[in-house]
Design a protein around this ligand. Structure first.
Ligand code: AMP
Ligand code: ZN
Length: 484
């Protein structure tokens, strides 16, 4: 398997630190607002990677932080903490805001078929760990105290700007428009490890420390958490590409300075969800929350929309592309319900020799699927492979082919195996429709009318179902239905 490593700017063969075991760290959400669909791109892509790693036989341990403190809009003291901003907006405490939006985040994840990481740790829960690391950095000369805050001294590093070769001026923290330069810093890229000088007075965001009452900088939480739960060197670290600098750069600086060894072997960064070619972001105000997008298109369609592009490519949020995703999902659902129909109504008996050969032939799609997923988990190509397989299955398991139950079953297993790796949701198929039972009863009544050659009654029931948004297709041996 090859993964594109942002730290070396190339695809590299994936080798784990410990055989068959992957230690994976994900920068989690800042819980001051509902997640927007750009945020969820990161978590969907990480979920697919985790599912694929498990499918090829790795055991995965995944850790995610919840940023509930210290995420400033700038590292300068004048920056605004996002959590405090959220609390002021809603006239609640920071802890109330954190709890509410953490729960909302995981509720969204569940609906998007994203597995919860093995460890989920709020940043406010590990203050002692930050203090230990910061103390070590001060003792070894990598950190200094100025104006009451503790800063990391980037001039002590042998290498910085690992992720890019941008012009230093562009990247320097504190030169963003409207943000005052923090004059305590010795070097412009130095960053705060611990704040004591804060203009914020919220008690919930203050802890005692050897340097005074205050709160941690944003970057330290991820260094401390990955160290505590995954060890000094981890296999994979993920996040959106906006996190590469300065957040991930600074995580590397702190972790490698404190531990004296390599922090991360593979850095994976997803591209942005854009609106009119601009990054979707809360600060620009051009965002759709997952809930807003789901109200229009459904959660399943959002996941499919993400899967249909490669995770590193930019992806434009547009109704047209979402509708394409919906149509693609519908084709898969139709293929699945067709197979289920023949599992119930196809010919009895074991797989014939020809059927067994056909089913074995489907293995080529699994091989193709594995090949494209092994190449930096290209979900867009993986979906194309699934559709190639579906075309072949649809012909072999059709009324004209008079297929056996056993063949339909073998095809369904092949289809679900690949769809499951991508987490393609089949949730709203007929079996989950709240009216499914009543619809099935009407269809049975219609079948009985047809058997009795009472065509008028059969047509009446069909029209009634149509008015309910249900389309019925007669098949040899029965009828199948779908929502239209
Ligand atoms: P935040 O909640 O702001 O800390 O961000 C959570 C995750 O979403 C991070 O991995 C970000 O890099 C990622 N992210 C933010 N905006 C976008 C976007 N428009 N497209 C893709 N990923 C994004
Ligand atoms: Zn992080």
């Amino acid at each position: 398997m090859y993964l594109y490593n942002s730290a070396t700017h190339k695809k590299e063969e994936f080798k784990t630190h410990t055989p068959n075991h992957v230690e994976m760290y994900t920068c989690g959400p800042t819980v001051y607002h509902f997640a927007h669909i750009g945020n969820l791109r990161s978590y969907i892509m990480e979920d697919v990677l985790e599912k694929y790693l498990r499918y090829v036989g790795y055991d995965v341990n995944r850790v995610m932080n919840i940023t509930d403190v210290g995420h400033l809009t700038s590292d300068a003291d004048e920056g605004e903490d996002k959590m405090l901003k959220g609390a002021r907006r809603e006239h609640k405490t920071v802890m109330e805001i954190a709890k509410f939006y953490t729960d909302a985040f995981f509720a969204d994840c569940k609906k998007l078929n994203i597995k919860r990481p093995d460890v989920v740790q709020p940043a406010t829960g590990l203050i002692d760990d930050y203090i230990k690391i910061i103390t070590k950095l001060l003792d070894t000369g990598y950190a200094y105290i100025a104006g009451g805050n503790v800063y990391f001294d980037t001039s002590k590093l042998e290498r910085y700007y690992i992720f890019n070769d941008h012009n230093e001026e562009d990247l320097a923290v504190g030169v963003r428009e409207g943000v005052e330069e923090d004059t305590n810093k010795r070097n412009k890229n130095d960053f705060v490890l611990w704040f004591t000088k804060s203009k914020f007075e919220d008690q919930a965001l203050k802890w005692d420390s050897p340097w005074g009452v205050g709160y941690p900088g944003w970057h330290i939480e991820c260094s401390a958490m990955s160290n505590r739960y995954l060890g000094k060197t981890i296999d994979i670290h993920c996040g959106g590409s906006d996190l590469a600098f300065p957040h991930h750069e600074n995580e590397i600086a702190q972790s490698e300075a404190a531990n004296g060894c390599k922090f991360v072997n593979y850095w994976l960064h997803n591209g942005f969800i854009n609106i009119d070619n601009k990054k979707m972001s809360k600060s620009l105000g051009n965002f759709f929350t997952v809930r807003e997008a789901a109200a229009a298109y459904g959660y399943d369609c959002i996941r499919m929309f993400m899967l249909m592009s490669h995770y590193r490519s930019p992806l434009n949020y547009s109704g047209e592309i979402l509708m394409q995703a919906k149509a693609a999902l519908e084709r898969l659902r139709t293929a699945k319900s067709n197979l289920e129909f023949f599992i119930a109504n196809g010919r009895d008996g074991d797989l014939s020799e020809a059927d067994a050969a056909f089913a074995a032939g489907l293995d080529q799609y699994r091989e193709k699927f594995d090949a494209v997923m092994d190449d930096d988990f290209n979900t867009a190509d993986a979906i194309s492979v699934i559709f190639e397989m579906v075309r072949e299955i649809n012909t072999a398991v059709s009324p004209a082919a008079d297929p056996s139950k056993a063949l339909a079953q073998a095809c369904l297993e092949r289809l679900l195996e690949l769809c499951d790796v991508l987490g393609i949701p089949f949730g709203s198929d007929s079996s989950e429709d709240p009216e499914a039972k009543a619809i099935e009863e009407k269809i049975a009544a219609r079948q009985a009318a047809r058997k009795a050659k009472n065509w008028a009654e059969a047509d009446r029931i069909r029209d009634e179902l149509k008015a309910q948004g249900v389309e019925v297709t007669d098949m040899p041996g029965g009828a199948k239905w779908k929502r239209v």
